[in-house]
Design a protein around this ligand. Structure first.
Ligand SMILES: [Zn+2]
Ligand SMILES: [Zn+2]
Length: 270
């Protein structure tokens, strides 16, 4: 039986004879159903097409993985290499033999961690391709898992280390369980944050933003944004890499702090 993939969000569901009737991710007010109605594909169908994954080394030990042409939301995944093991941060829908081989050549994937449900993608396929690597998902988002047969680790609390030296930090906001990845050894030991869209890098690339919904432009509350900024003070960084290609904040260690202040100022203006 095929494990169907929603064409709009790229999230895969448990194998079924017929495509699921609905996508719970897209029906949520943070997403949307495709303008042509609910559509489904499979990994096999995608592999027969023109897709491929591009690997780009962003700095020593950090590689972005991006599918071209764009699939669904179009996020990138990150492959972080450390002496203690390698982590796949966030997930993308398309996976083929060339990608698996390229990552095996770099030491394989020992753990997978995902910021929030929009990027669950085909995480079970990725896990299976790398020796049933555990998939770290925050427990607050457990009910969003659409392919339950995976080897999940539902973590709780502020932080957990799927690989020693690589932390997940729970921030909430965009989703109750939304998290970022903190790599203190990154950027020459000045700290790297992989922020998904829990903290979204904006187009000028010196600032970030925080939304409940990006496609439907629903903001977060002032108190939530202040809470995210307060938590992030404990995780100093030099570089922050967002979910989308090229959206990186380099050498702006106060970007989260000052962006949160600006955001809250706008919300509170009379
Ligand atoms: Zn969907
Ligand atoms: Zn999202």
């Amino acid at each position: 039986m095929p494990a169907y993939i929603c064409e709009t969000c790229g999230v895969q569901y448990a194998p079924t004879e017929q495509p699921p009737e609905r996508c719970i991710i897209c029906e949520d007010e943070r997403q949307y159903i495709g303008w042509q109605g609910q559509r489904w594909t499979t990994l096999e169908a995608m592999r027969a097409g023109e897709y491929r994954n591009q690997l780009e080394e962003l700095e020593s030990g950090l590689t972005a993985i991006l599918t071209v042409p764009k699939v669904a939301i179009g996020q990138r995944a990150f492959f972080v290499q450390t002496v203690n093991g390698n982590l796949l941060w966030d997930c993308i829908t398309y996976l083929d033999e060339a990608t698996i081989q390229a990552l095996r050549d770099r030491g394989g994937v020992q753990a997978i961690a995902i910021s929030h449900p929009h990027y669950y993608a085909t995480c079970v396929e990725w896990s299976q391709a790398f020796g049933e690597a555990p998939i770290y998902i925050h427990a607050a988002d457990r009910h969003w898992v659409t392919r339950p047969e995976g080897r999940y680790i539902f973590w709780d609390g502020e932080t957990v280390e799927p690989v020693p030296g690589l932390g997940l930090v729970h921030l909430g906001g965009h989703f109750d369980g939304a998290a970022v990845c903190y790599w203190p050894a990154g950027a020459g030991c000045q700290g790297v944050v992989l922020s998904g869209d829990t903290i979204q890098v904006v187009q000028d690339r010196r600032w970030v933003s925080f939304m409940y919904s990006y496609p439907n432009l629903i903001p977060l509350s002032a108190s939530k944004v202040e809470q995210i900024a307060a938590t992030m003070r404990r995780y100093p960084f030099r570089r922050l890499y967002g979910a989308f290609n090229g959206l990186n904040v380099l050498d702006e260690p106060d970007a989260v702090e000052r962006s949160a202040r600006r955001y809250v100022q706008h919300l509170r203006e009379e």
